[in-house]
Design a protein around this ligand. Structure first.
Ligand SMILES: [Fe+2]
Ligand SMILES: [Fe+2]
Length: 178
């Protein structure tokens, strides 16, 4: 997680109070043991999604409490999705929303909106549209965060390759000249 985002979250007491029982729960903390996108842990990914959902929903007078809580729990599936496990039926992309909701319901009292948001957060990969605006926001924030977490690493890896660096420098020069 980027340092500026970590500082923003650590200084936002209202946000932290909304999810304090979640981020101090032993099962939720286990998400720190699983990578979500490249170097980002599942926990950090969920915390990022939760915070952006909270900010957006608060700005537009939506249910920011449910947005923060569903965002934090939306990927509580607790396994390495890269490794195929014999007891898991179906593809991760299609099933983990439901798994995360089941796991979350065992630990916390979720309202119907939060459950719906978690189950349907993979839309449009899964076809059922979220029932709330907060749920729709979660689907977009989740994809944005996934792209941003992946893009930063891909960019730094590509920059390690000399040919990419030269091509990038050359293209920059051409663009600047015009
Ligand atoms: Fe997910
Ligand atoms: Fe996610």
């Amino acid at each position: 997680m980027k340092e500026y985002l970590k500082n923003l979250i650590n200084n936002d007491t209202e946000f932290l109070n909304l999810i304090n029982d979640l981020i101090t729960n032993d099962t939720v903390l286990q998400m720190k043991n699983f990578r979500q996108h490249y170097e980002t842990t599942c926990f950090d990914h969920c915390l990022t999604v939760s915070y952006y959902c909270y900010l957006i929903c608060k700005k537009y007078n939506l249910d920011y409490k449910s947005a923060a809580r569903a965002g934090m729990l939306h990927d509580l599936f607790l396994y390495d999705w890269r490794i195929r496990q014999p007891d898991r039926k179906g593809l991760h992309a299609f099933t983990h929303g439901k798994t995360a909701c089941q796991n979350a319901c065992k630990l916390f009292n979720l309202n119907s909106k939060e459950k719906d948001m978690i189950i349907k957060h993979m839309w449009p990969v899964t076809p059922i549209f979220p029932s709330s605006l907060e749920g729709l926001i979660l689907t977009f924030v989740d994809k944005y965060s996934a792209l941003s977490e992946s893009f930063d690493i891909l960019k730094s890896r590509l920059f390690m390759k000399r040919t990419f660096r030269y091509t990038y420098a050359l293209l920059s020069l051409i663009i600047l000249k015009f």
